[in-house]
Design a binder for this molecule. Structure first.
Ligand code: SF4
Length: 112
């Protein structure tokens, strides 16, 4: 299962983390095993992310950093789009993610 590219319509914004939005399907706060999506311009579905790390290695402007998610069934760290405002829309992270956990859409924030 890949990240839902229409999550701004199917998820609800429930929180802020490191200055970016956090979204969940049911509008409830994230839990240990159900983390939701982090980010808006650069969005990472934490419930899909397996901490492969290719996005951190390949992003030319260092948008991502690791964040701890202890107890999550897929991985106990996640690629957090902490610096999504620096994104240059090269789409490398989308291409290299082995589980399609990332969606990049520079217009999404403006549509909210
Ligand atoms: S699209 Fe490019 S610049 Fe933006 S987060 Fe992904 S790898 Fe980094």
């Amino acid at each position: 299962m890949a990240i839902d590219p229409s999550f701004e319509n199917t998820y609800e914004e429930v929180d802020r983390h490191e200055d970016h939005r956090v979204w969940t399907t049911d509008g409830e706060e994230p839990t240990e095993d159900k983390q939701g999506i982090h980010g808006t311009h650069v969005a990472v579905d934490f419930d899909i992310c397996i901490a492969d790390g290719a996005c951190l290695e390949d992003c030319p402007v260092d948008v991502f950093e690791w964040t701890d998610t202890p107890g999550h069934p897929e991985s106990e760290i996640k690629a957090d789009p902490t610096y999504e405002d620096q994104c240059i829309d090269c789409m490398l992270c989308v291409d290299v993610c082995p589980v399609d956990a990332i969606d990049v859409d520079p217009g999404r924030a403006g549509r909210l």
